[in-house]
Design a protein. Structure first.
Lengths: 114, 112
């Protein structure tokens, strides 16, 4: 079956702009999590959605937000972009919330902020 | 505050030999531990996991050991193969959650 699909794969924005990233989970998976990967901070948890509800949130400013739709697809939005937001944004899905972490990751969306 | 640490950023090993990757954690609330492998331009791929009620879990060439008293886990790959060359991440989660806390990763190079 198809894996986790993230779009766009690459994008370039300038400071102050906003960006929306999309994630389609594996069919049947209802939990979607987002992670940010940077060379300095590694992989950091952003948030998790399950059945359209945010279940968990990481330590990121309010400029980072997300949502999940009834078909389990998820979007994350970053407003007022800063240079430090340049990163690989990874989406991961799993069948249920609370399955102790065996996540299936997409290939990521690489964001460059100029 | 790094709750999960991988102190070796890189490891080089000969094909056929054992690769040992180490990971330390500080949060005693972690009760599930995982290893992921990541190739360039791909997302991390789940390798193996272990619950805090166990001290060893084996899956083919991969074995994970957990020492709760030392808050330490390790991944053994034997025998190592060139296709194992990748970045390996240790991760941990607390009960009933999909929030993973990752270590910084160890880049493994297996030489033919």
């Amino acid at each position: 079956k198809a894996g986790v699909t993230q779009t766009p794969r690459y994008l370039i924005k300038t400071r102050g702009q906003q960006v929306t990233l999309s994630c389609s989970p594996i069919s049947g998976h209802r939990s979607v999590s987002w992670y940010q990967q940077t060379p300095g901070q590694g992989l950091q948890f952003l948030f998790e959605y399950f059945s359209e509800t945010q279940r968990n949130k990481g330590n990121f400013p309010g400029r980072f937000s997300g949502r999940q739709f009834s078909n389990s697809r998820s979007e994350m939005n970053v407003s007022t972009l800063e240079l430090g937001d340049s990163a690989l944004y990874l989406c991961a899905s799993t069948a249920t919330s609370g399955t102790s972490g065996e996540l299936f990751f997409g290939e990521g969306s690489r964001l460059t902020v100029l | 505050d790094q709750q999960v640490k991988q102190n070796s950023p890189s490891l080089s090993v000969q094909e056929g030999r054992i690769s040992i990757l180490n990971c330390d954690y500080t949060n005693s609330m972690f009760d599930y531990f995982l290893w992921y492998k990541k190739y360039p331009a791909e997302g991390p791929t789940f390798l193996i996991s272990i619950s805090s009620i166990k001290d060893k879990n084996e899956d083919g060439r991969f074995t994970v050991f957990l020492n709760k008293s030392a808050k330490h886990l390790s991944l053994h790959i034997v025998p190592s193969q060139p296709g194992d060359s990748a970045v390996y991440f240790c991760a941990a989660s607390e009960a009933a959650g999909n929030k993973l806390t990752f270590g910084g990763g160890t880049r493994v190079l297996v030489k033919p």
